[in-house]
Write a protein that binds this ligand. Structure first.
Ligand code: SF4
Length: 626
């Protein structure tokens, strides 16, 4: 059984400097008998959630209260996942409060743990037993007596590491003031906005507490994980310097899913979701299996493509919450200058790329209010007139949908026109997360999952192949990732048209949805590993290529993922600006030599490829970037 823990500090008063120093020490929650709204706000500024000991309206995240106050909170409509019942008074009153408030936790004195645990185990209750513990022996005793949630006042990561070791096979997972597993949609609906923002800053996609490293996709930092590990959930000396558990022992309860995957039996959607909830050693096990499947599917070759991104405009009338690239009209005074390239400039850039050895131009941009489908057709014709052999990888399903709509023809006919003009393949962007519950908040006016699928299926039927993507780490969660992979699998089983899967970690720094306090600060490193590795496992036998995006992760991050199911590092790009706009520090282009060096350093064989994964003669691109 999983044991959770909360790093919480009791306090009578709270000011921002104290809250900030508590947060630096690792505390995620401060518990106060009677907090004021000023103290709650101070906690939020420091990224700490405040737990109140009395029923009040000061904006606390959660309450630890007597059985009668728990019932009062329930009467006010407070969900049980914000309530901890203090085990005080009669057994009957505690049981009544737990049953009727549906509290997520009951807090016991250490001396009464066994008794309260037997109450909590009654059928009909789903409640964790919380106990304050001051050292590892106390914690082990409490767990033996039935505690499932440990309250740690001032434990550092080394002591928590000792506890993890002492617990052996029982996984230890950190929570916030709220339980693990609260989905973001419910939290958004229930929590005051400031609490929601502070909570988002503390959690990963499963609602567990994030590890405390500074690393995030787009930051110019090495992955926060030792070379022989994939999971960075733990950073104590014992984890970093210890010997990783070998597969299959490391898989724990996921072993049967992974064993069946190794036998070629695809995981179900719920099994994919279970893999996305993996932690610690289990992540290493998933990466190991993904690596075996990668080796079987495509061998040791790691590919890259020499290409150029041409983002012809950053003007866009859509309102995707995550997008730092698009600008409204200048009158709206949005950051940066809006621009629109003319056809001549687009062709000039393509010609320049061809001269530098590019075999592909990737065309995508904002949806300019003046664009019609004719613009996209003209762009393709103009490039092809100058460069008949250049592969044009262009236009997201959103651009295709909007292009067809603006000239009043069906998507199929529009795609036929683009194909006749010389379009080669479609990028699978604009997918973000193919789960409409997430899209409703992330990109409310963008095409929905079924429309994205309709464009892709039609394109594939016409012989236009495409990439697939998933953009993760914002307001999504394991269920939505599993749903996304299922959409890709369903399309691929029908058409076989996807060439690759490209996971795109959310770069949060300049993203509007993050700056407004409505998203997480990108995925954790563990989530990055999981999305790539589980994509390999879930798409085994369907999509042969999994790409690691150096633009989001840097070459170092990309190289690490080559051992977690990936076999492609993407393209040279020559002037990528979309991710830069979101605050990423990684370069705007790489040379083929840099790709080759990184791939060889990882012990694999580099190979130059075309957009559709034919292996090309690398000597053709020798001078690129020089
Ligand atoms: S993601 Fe694309 S469609 Fe959405 S706002 Fe940005 S440029 Fe426009």
């Amino acid at each position: 059984m999983t044991i959770t823990f909360l790093r919480v500090r009791p306090a009578e008063q709270l000011a921002e400097p104290t809250a900030t120093s508590r947060r630096r020490e690792g505390t995620v929650a401060v518990e106060m008998p009677a907090p004021t709204s000023v103290e709650v706000a101070a906690g939020h500024k420091a990224g700490v959630l405040v737990v109140a000991g009395e029923v009040s309206d000061v904006g606390a995240a959660a309450w630890v209260v007597s059985p009668s106050d728990a019932l009062a909170l329930a009467d006010r409509g407070v969900p049980g996942w914000r309530i901890t019942v203090l085990a005080e008074g009669s057994k009957e009153s505690i049981l009544d409060a737990l049953a009727r408030s549906r509290a997520s936790h009951v807090r016991s004195a250490r001396s009464e743990t066994s008794e309260i645990a037997s109450l909590a185990q009654l059928p009909g209750l789903e409640v964790a037993v919380s106990v304050f513990v001051d050292d590892v022996p106390q914690a082990l005793r409490a767990v033996e007596q039935g505690a499932t949630d440990l309250l740690l006042r001032d434990w550092d990561i080394e002591r928590i590491g000792e506890l993890r070791e002492a617990l052996g096979d029982r996984p230890l997972v950190e929570r916030t003031a709220l339980p693990i597993g609260i989905e973001i949609d419910e939290a958004r609906e229930v929590l005051p906005p400031e609490v929601f923002t502070a909570w988002l800053g503390q959690v990963d996609g499963s609602g567990a507490a994030r590890p405390r490293y500074e690393w995030a996709p787009g930051k110019d930092m090495e992955p926060p994980v030792p070379d022989d590990r994939f999971s960075a959930e733990w950073l104590d000396r014992s984890w970093v310097g210890g010997t990783p558990a070998a597969y299959p022992r490391s898989a724990g309860p996921l072993e049967s899913i992974l064993e069946r995957s190794l036998q070629g039996i695809a995981p179900t959607v719920s099994e994919i979701e279970s893999m996305f909830r993996a932690r610690g050693d289990q992540i290493d096990a998933i990466a190991h299996v993904a690596d075996v499947l990668r080796e079987r599917a495509v061998g040791d070759t790691v590919t890259y493509v020499v290409n150029r991104n041409i983002n012809y405009t950053n003007l866009c009338y859509f309102r995707c919450g995550f997008c730092a690239f698009s600008k409204g009209p200048r009158s709206l005074n949005l950051r940066g200058e809006p621009y629109l390239m003319g056809l001549d400039e687009i062709v000039e850039r393509a010609v320049e790329a061809w001269g530098r050895g590019a075999t592909e131009v990737t065309l995508q941009g904002g949806i300019h209010p003046d664009f019609t489908g004719n613009f996209y057709v003209d762009v393709v014709k103009s490039i092809k007139a100058e460069l008949p052999d250049m592969h044009i990888h262009g236009f997201t399903p959103l651009e295709v949908w909007q292009g067809a709509e603006t000239i009043g023809i069906p998507v199929r006919r529009f795609l036929e026109e683009l194909q006749a003009a010389g379009l080669g393949t479609l990028p699978g962007t604009a997918a973000e997360i193919l789960d409409d519950d997430v899209r409703a908040h992330l990109c409310p006016d963008k095409i929905r999952t079924s429309q994205w699928a309709e464009v892709m299926i039609t394109a594939h039927e016409l012989g236009l192949r495409a990439t697939s993507t998933i953009m993760f780490g914002h307001i999504d969660h394991p269920r939505s990732w599993a749903n996304h992979l299922e959409v890709i699998r369903q399309i691929q089983r029908r058409t076989g048209g996807f060439t690759e899967m490209v996971p795109l970690p959310f770069v949060h720094m300049g993203s509007p949805i993050f700056l407004k306090g409505k998203s997480r600060p990108g995925p954790t490193w563990d989530e990055v590993v999981l999305i790539h590795a589980v994509s390999r496992i879930a798409l085994d036998g369907l999509v042969p290529n999994i790409q690691a995006s150096w633009v989001k992760l840097g070459l170092d991050g990309g190289r690490r993922l080559l051992d977690a199911g990936c076999n492609d590092l993407g393209g040279t790009l020559m002037g990528e600006i979309i991710t830069r706009a979101a605050g990423a520090a990684h370069g705007q282009e790489l040379t083929p030599q840099q790709f080759r060096d990184a791939i060889e350093a990882a012990g694999r064989q580099p190979a130059l490829r075309s957009t559709t994964y034919e292996i090309l003669d690398a000597s053709q691109s020798e001078n690129v970037g020089s």
